[in-house]
Ligand binder design. Structure first.
Ligand code: NAI
Length: 335
């Protein structure tokens, strides 16, 4: 089976090649380009495509893939907000993802953002490099005893809640489907309003969909404590970035940690250091001393990459071998 692998960086190529080294069925071809209406023609003459978070799998692109006879879409990520599952289903193209490659990798990155913002590690690093050992402006707070709100307690949110529990924080959770095990481990489920009112830190771990788009906006922010810390390692469009900037100016948001950004597709995963960034909202965010942005690296650990590659190859193998197209990780249009 010939597979066109889009958005493929050298580290992806290494892990995928190693994962399918034993396979007699898979022939992977690697493209650095993102999948989009401009690049979809690269998928001609292939049997399947493998895609990542910022690839465009909207209706027009999937229609084109179906015309080329593509038999499966293998996502190398957990989130699937970039895929029109209804369109894929209409064309009978199975879509599968890698839901649990390493929830702790993202949860730990959320904690890293909290720690950096709280203890101002990003600023201290530069000061010390320049021989400036003054502490003024670097004061943090003890996490122990603080209230942490966790929105979405699936695989990543639950891992995050457990870590914060270990710090001695009071963990308030909100999810459409509460997790009894997590409750037994000390987390407390509350309604969203209560979570907003009481949390010192709020971390987002729900998927992006119509009901969560711009969940963090001026209305929700107004319900939060002054100086709240917001952490987003889920999907950029959960936060209305312009309204977050207004809240940074007013002091409503005291700290903002982002691993994802609504318009990240034009920026992230590329070296843009030689280019002018034509996104004034993003540029403005970078000017705040109490904002830390990372470029969608929450997932980026050795274990996670290995699991992503292994699961992707296993799914493609299964596609090759099964007649009824039943996948362990197949997504349905109602998912
Ligand atoms: P999951 O599917 O295990 O958990 C998501 C949870 O959110 C579920 O418990 C669900 O009931 C809950 N939920 C759905 N709608 C909600 C709503 N309106 N309000 C509150 N909760 C809601 O997903 P997982 O693996 O925990 O991943 C969460 C998100 O993390 C993904 O959707 C993806 O966007 C993001 N992610 C980010 C990565 C990164 O590198 N920064 C890597 C992997 C995932």
């Amino acid at each position: 089976m010939k597979v066109a692998v889009f958005s493929c960086k050298p580290y992806d190529k290494r892990t995928l090649e190693s994962a399918c080294a034993e396979s007699d069925h898979l022939e992977l071809h690697f493209f650095e380009s993102r999948l989009s209406s401009e690049t979809v023609s690269l998928a001609k003459d292939y049997d399947a495509v493998s895609c990542f978070v910022n690839d465009d799998l909207s209706r027009g692109v999937i229609d084109q893939l179906a015309m080329y006879g593509i038999r499966a879409i293998a996502l190398r990520c957990a989130g699937y907000n970039n895929v029109d599952l209804y369109c894929a289903k209409a064309h009978n193209i199975p879509v599968f993802h890698v839901p649990d490659y390493s929830p702790t990798s993202v949860a730990e990155h959320a904690v890293a953002l909290i720690m950096a913002l709280n203890r101002k590690t990003h600023r201290a690093y530069h000061r010390v490099k320049e021989g400036n050992f003054a502490l003024e402006g670097l004061m943090g707070f003890n996490l122990e005893g603080k209230t942490v709100g966790c929105i979405g307690t699936g695989r990543i949110g639950a891992a995050f809640a457990r870590i914060m529990n270990g710090f001695g924080c009071r963990v308030l959770c909100y999810d459409l489907n509460p997790d009894e095990n997590l409750e037994a481990q000390g987390a407390e489920y509350v309604d969203l309003e209560t979570l907003y009112n009481r949390s010192d830190i709020i971390s987002l771990h729900c998927p992006l969909n119509a009901s969560t788009h711009h969940l963090i906006n001026q209305t929700s922010l107004a319900k939060m404590k002054d100086g709240v810390m917001i952490i987003n390692t889920s999907r950029g469009a959960l936060v209305n970035a312009q309204q977050a900037i207004d809240a940074l100016y007013s002091g409503k948001i005291g700290y903002l940690g982002l691993d994802v950004y609504e318009q990240e597709g034009k920026l992230f995963f590329e070296d843009m250091s030689d280019h002018i960034i034509y996104d004034s909202v993003f540029q403005l965010l970078l000017t705040f001393p109490n904002v830390v942005v990372t470029g969608h690296q929450g997932y980026f650990t050795d274990i996670a990459l290995e699991h992503i590659a292994n699961t992707t190859c296993a799914n493609l193998e299964q596609l090759q071998q099964s007649k009824d197209h039943k996948f362990v990780r197949e997504l349905t249009a109602s998912a």
